[in-house]
Design a binder for this molecule. Structure first.
Ligand SMILES: [Mn+2]
Length: 308
């Protein structure tokens, strides 16, 4: 079927924005490769993010395929025609084996980077980010932009290093990870130890409230300008629970969509993206698919900012 005659809206296999399903990394050179990570063994309460990849793919099916471009009504231009997007399937998360599942995430990201594809991971709980960052450890140094309600810097929770409260701590342990920028932080679940660790390691921490100030936003942009390469991790709990209720750890007073869209576009414009993940979509506590839809749209907008 040619790209000029897309299939009817409710026909066809469910892939990310109807992208072609491709499983061989060597066939993904230069492409954006979307990978699902159906893993949620890292959460402390409210499981269900393992169902996130399926829900986000399903939500994305109202558009696409992207190879025909997406008309941008703001600029009057056709976007997303300059780069191939493929759906690389799911990482094989293993029942009751969080460490082995995260090793599989690391291997998948390493294989995609080696093949010259841009990995875009759809979670899954936030623990996947530590593994994905490790998968890029062999390449050039990069910074991390984390958009999240929580610092996620706990070394261990109940003895485990593989929790959704630890991914930025795991990322900080990777030698090729330079500065970490943490935006949107709020709520009572950040410990003093985590905050002290962020300060000692020189992270830029911008709370949700601070981000209302122009000087704090300028600091974030300056930090992005200081990164040649950047890994972007978007935890859906960065958004306000009113628009993203389907997350494991909701916190009031989150971002509106426009704020996050602009931040993602600024990251795309100011650094070279090495990978993106969108995590903590939990369909079991979502309302009418609102959070899945928001996650799918956020990735589409970031890709539109990246792809001419
Ligand atoms: Mn998080």
């Amino acid at each position: 079927m040619s790209s000029s005659t897309p299939p009817p809206l409710l026909a066809g296999a469910i892939t990310f924005y109807r992208a072609p399903a491709v499983s061989d990394p060597s066939a993904m050179r230069g492409a954006v490769a979307v990978v699902g990570v159906p893993h949620d063994l890292g959460v402390g309460s409210r499981p269900g993010a393992r169902l996130g990849p399926r829900a986000v793919r399903e939500a994305s099916m109202r558009l696409g395929p992207l190879d025909a471009g997406v008309f941008d009504v703001e600029t009057g231009r056709l976007r997303l025609t300059g780069r191939r997007v493929v759906d690389a399937g799911d990482v094989a998360a293993l029942r009751s084996q969080p460490e082995a599942s995260l090793d599989a995430v690391e291997a998948a990201v390493a294989a995609l980077a080696e093949a010259g594809a841009l990995p875009v991971l759809i979670g899954g709980d936030h623990s996947l980010t530590g593994a994905a960052v490790r998968g890029l450890a062999g390449g050039a140094p990069f910074g991390v932009l984390q958009i999240d309600a929580h610092l996620d810097l706990e070394d261990r929770v109940a003895g485990s290093r593989a929790t959704s409260s630890s991914p930025m701590r795991r990322a900080a342990e990777v030698a090729s990870v330079e500065r970490i920028v943490q935006v949107g932080i709020r709520g009572p679940r950040t410990s003093g130890d985590a905050y002290a660790f962020a300060r000692e390691r020189g992270h830029l921490v911008v709370t949700r409230d601070a981000f209302r100030r122009a000087d704090a936003r300028a600091e974030v942009l300056a930090a992005l300008d200081g990164m040649e390469r950047c890994y972007v991790t978007l935890d859906m709990d960065a958004f306000d629970p009113a628009i993203a209720p389907g997350v494991s750890a909701p916190e009031p007073d989150g971002f509106d969509y426009r704020t996050v869209k602009e931040l993602l576009a600024q990251a795309a414009a100011r650094t070279e993206l090495v990978a993106l993940d969108v995590v903590e979509v939990n369909p079991l506590v979502d309302v009418q698919g609102a959070t899945s839809n928001l996650a799918a749209v956020a990735v589409l907008d970031l890709l539109a900012a990246l792809i001419p």
